[in-house]
Design a protein around this ligand. Structure first.
Ligand code: N01
Length: 502
C-alpha cells in the first residue's frame, strides 16, 4: 500500500505543486489508501512560498500555532510568528513523517494538462516533453509566487544588484550599502527593519501607506513547549482560541465594514505612539478603510521608521538611472541595490500551466475573457471534469489561516474522487447551473465586504472585481464544503458513455 505506482501506470491523481496545498492533498490521498499519485513540483524542493521567499525578516503574518496543519501540530514553534525558514523546515518534517518523498517529483514543471474526453484522462505535459496520464488533476500552485515587477522606466538598466523580494539574492550583503526598497506591503515591512542598521542608508519608496497593527510577537517559552508536547489537548485548545479570535474578525471584514473603525483607531494610536516625526506619521497614515488592503502586522516596522538611516520617500518614482532612483520632485538618490517588494501576479491564475478541458476549452483564457476567475467553491469548474483546485478563485483570506481552507478543500476533493474510485463515474464535473448560482451568491455576498470599499489591492482584478477572497466566514466555507453533493455534479460513467445528471 505504501509504494507509489510505477511511472508508466496511469495515475489516479496528478498534483501540481508541493507547497502546503500539494502536501495536504498528498496526505489526504495516502489517508484514503491511494498510492497511484504524484506531486509534480517545478522547484528543486518542496515548500512553495516558503521555499521561494527567503528575504531577511520573513515570517508568516498568521500565528504559527494556527498556520500549520491541524493533523500535524508542532509544539516547538520558536515564536508566535516563526521565521519563514522554520515554516519551511516544518513542511519538510511533515513530508518525512507522512513518507511523501517517493511521491514527490522535483524539477518537474507541468506546462500543460489537457482532458482527453475519449479516454477520460488528463494528458499532462511535464517539463517540455514528458507525457503522464492521470484520471484526475489537483492544482496546488498557490497565488503568491510569480513576482510582479513594477513598470518603472530605466529599472532594467540599473547596473547594481536588483531583485524582487521573492527572489532575494543571498549573495547580497546590505552592510554598509544604500538600499532602495520599493513597496510597503507585507514583504517590505519585514525587510526594512531587518536590513536597517546593517545598511548605511535605506530608502523606502511608498506609493500607498499600509494599515499596520502590532504583532505582539514573542518567543515560545520552554514551559509552553513542554506543556504542548505532553498535553496535546492544551495545544489544540490554544489553536482553537487563535482560530476563534481571528474568525471573529470576519464580522467586520465581510458583514459590517463599519466595525473596522475600532481597529482603525487602534492602528492609528499605535502609529501615533511609535513614530516620532509628525511628517513621517502623516505620510504613513492610510486614507482608506482598514482591511481593504491586507492588514499588516509588525512590531518593528514603525520603530525602524524612526531611525536616521531609514528614509520614507513618498514622491513617485520617475525613473531609475544606472545607479540611482530619480523621483518626480527632481531628487536623485544614488543607491547600491534595489529591492522590488512589489507583490505577486495574483490574478494571473495557474501561472505557467495551460489547462484545456472538454471541447478544447482553455480555463485561464476563459477567465481572462470574462474578466474574473470563477469556480465552484474555488475548487471545480464547469467544462473541466476531474479537475480540482486548491486555493482556487475566491478562497484566499484576509482574516484567518489559509491552511484551514486547504484542509476543507482536500476533504471535498476526496469526496469527489471517491465517486471515481467506487466506479460510480469515470468523470465528475460541476454542473453549469450550480456554478452560476454559486457565482451569483458570491458576487452578491462580496458587495458587503471591506475589500470593495475603494482601494487598490492585489485582491482585485483590473476591473475592480474580487476573485481572490472568500467573502464570508471560514466556518461557513467549512460547513458548505463538508461533503460534496452528487447532485451538484454531472457524473459520467463509462458503461453508459452518456452524460447523465446524477
Ligand atoms: O506585496 P503587496 P507583498 N511603484 O502586493 C507597491 C503575502 N505575504 O509581497 O499599495 C511603487 O502587498 C504597492 O503599492 P500600492 C501576504 O498575503 C505574506 O508585500 O499598490 N510601488 C505595495 O505597497 C501579502 O499580502 C507575508 O500602491 C509599487 C507593494 O508594492 C502578499 O503576500 C510576507 C509599484 C506590494 O505589496 C503580498 O505581499 C510576504 C510601483 N510600480 C507576503 N507596484 C507574511 O505572511 C507595486 N508597488 C509575512
Amino acid at each position: 500500500m505504501d509504494a507509489p505506482s510505477k511511472e508508466d501506470e496511469i495515475l489516479d491523481v496528478a498534483i501540481i505543486g508541493a507547497g502546503f496545498g500539494g502536501l495536504a492533498m498528498a496526505i489526504a490521498l495516502k489517508n484514503a489508501g491511494r498510492t497511484a499519485f504524484r506531486v509534480f513540483e517545478k522547484a528543486p524542493d518542496l515548500g512553495g512560498t516558503w521555499l521561494f521567499n527567503r528575504y531577511p525578516g520573513i515570517a508568516c503574518d498568521v500565528p504559527s500555532f494556527l498556520y500549520s496543519f491541524s493533523f500535524a501540530q508542532n509544539a516547538n514553534w520558536s515564536r508566535s510568528y516563526s521565521p519563514g525558514n522554520e515554516i519551511w523546515r516544518y513542511m519538510k518534517t511533515v513530508a518525512d513523517d507522512y513518507s511523501l518523498h517517493p511521491y514527490l517529483r522535483f524539477n518537474a514543471p507541468v506546462s500543460r494538462t489537457e482532458y482527453d474526453e475519449t479516454k477520460r484522462l488528463w494528458r499532462i505535459t511535464v517539463s517540455t516533453s514528458e507525457i503522464v496520464y492521470a484520471r484526475a488533476v489537483v492544482t496546488g500552485t498557490g497565488a503568491l509566487h510569480v513576482p510582479s515587477q513594477p513598470d518603472i522606466k530605466g529599472l532594467e538598466d540599473f547596473a547594481n544588484p536588483k531583485f524582487h523580494s521573492a527572489e532575494w539574492d543571498e549573495r547580497f550583503d546590505p552592510c554598509g550599502t544604500t538600499v532602495a526598497v520599493i513597496g510597503t506591503g507585507a514583504s517590505a515591512i519585514q525587510i526594512v527593519p531587518s536590513i536597517a542598521g546593517k545598511a548605511r542608508q535605506v530608502y523606502l519608496f511608498q506609493r500607498t501607506p499600509a494599515w499596520i497593527v502590532p504583532r505582539f510577537d514573542r518567543s515560545t517559552s520552554a514551559v509552553t513547549k513542554t506543556l504542548f508536547r505532553h498535553m496535546p489537548l492544551l495545544q489544540k485548545l490554544y489553536r482553537a482560541f487563535l482560530y476563534t479570535h481571528m474568525e471573529l474578525r470576519a464580522v467586520a471584514f465581510t458583514v459590517w465594514p463599519s466595525l473596522m473603525k475600532r481597529l482603525e483607531k487602534l492602528a492609528l494610536a499605535y502609529l501615533d505612539a511609535t513614530v516620532h516625526d509628525p511628517d513621517v506619521r502623516a505620510a504613513l497614515t492610510p486614507n482608506y478603510t482598514i482591511g481593504c488592503k491586507r492588514v499588516l502586522v509588525s512590531d518593528d516596522f514603525y520603530p525602524a521608521m524612526n531611525r536616521k538611516d531609514v528614509a520614507l520617500v513618498t514622491a513617485p518614482i520617475e525613473r531609475v538611472g544606472r545607479d540611482a532612483i530619480v523621483t518626480a520632485d527632481g531628487m536623485r538618490r544614488p543607491v547600491d541595490a534595489i529591492v522590488t517588494a512589489t507583490g505577486f501576479r495574483v490574478t494571473d491564475w495557474l501561472p505557467g500551466v495551460k489547462v484545456i478541458g472538454r471541447a478544447g476549452r482553455d480555463l485561464t483564457a476563459e477567465w481572462r475573457r470574462t474578466g474574473a476567475a470563477r469556480a465552484y467553491y474555488g475548487i471545480a469548474a464547469e467544462g473541466f471534469p476531474n479537475f480540482f483546485m486548491l486555493l482556487g478563485p475566491n478562497t484566499g483570506l484576509g482574516h484567518n489561516s489559509i491552511i484551514f481552507m486547504i484542509e476543507a478543500q482536500t476533504r471535498y476533493i476526496i469526496h469527489c474522487l471517491r465517486w471515481l474510485w467506487s466506479g460510480d463515474a469515470d468523470s465528475v464535473e460541476v454542473r453549469a447551473d450550480i456554478q452560476d448560482t454559486f457565482t451569483k451568491w458570491l458576487n452578491a455576498r462580496m458587495k458587503r465586504t471591506v475589500w470593495l470599499t475603494g482601494c487598490r489591492s492585489w485582491y482585485l482584478n483590473p476591473d475592480g472585481t474580487n476573485s481572490t477572497i472568500w467573502p464570508s466566514f471560514t466556518l461557513s466555507y467549512w460547513w458548505r464544503t463538508r461533503a460534496a453533493r452528487k447532485g451538484d455534479f454531472v457524473l459520467v460513467s463509462q458503461e453508459t458513455s452518456s452524460r447523465i445528471a446524477a
